[in-house]
Design a protein around this ligand. Structure first.
Ligand code: AMP
Ligand code: ZN
Length: 113
């Protein structure tokens, strides 16, 4: 399958890794929209939030255990941060491999859409 983030997990495309375990991988967004902009992805290919099921939701739960660990490592746990995932065309999802953006390091917009 031709998937950019699967290629990053496999090490075929370079990335700026900040965290990795058996289940998930986190790296810096190539076009950061905040001083801290990290993507957390499952190592297994899940296309988007629509594809989360009882079969793979433990993977998503693990990602949400890891997010506060990354936030603390990046020094944004106290100041705060935003976690978001885009799903489908109206949300402008560009990479069809589930990913959670961690955004922080400055006061973020009150607007979310
Ligand atoms: P989304 O629009 O939610 O699908 O987000 C995809 C994100 O992936 C965007 O913020 C891109 O800047 C980021 N991105 C695309 N290619 C790379 C890459 N090779 N390394 C790191 N981030 C990337
Ligand atoms: Zn993939």
């Amino acid at each position: 399958m031709d998937c950019l983030f699967c290629s990053i997990v496999a090490g075929k495309i370079p990335s700026s890794r900040v965290y990795e375990d058996d289940v998930c991988y986190a790296f810096r967004d190539i076009h950061p929209q905040a001083p801290v902009h990290i993507l957390v992805i499952p190592k297994e290919h899940i296309c988007c939030a629509n594809a989360v099921t009882s079969e793979n939701s433990a993977t998503v739960a693990k990602i949400f255990e890891v997010i506060p660990v990354i936030a603390a490592e990046q020094g944004i746990d106290k100041s705060g941060y935003r976690v978001l995932t885009n799903c489908g065309d109206d949300a402008c999802q560009t990479v069809k491999h589930l990913h959670f953006h961690i955004l922080g390091g400055r006061k973020l917009s009150e607007e979310m859409a």
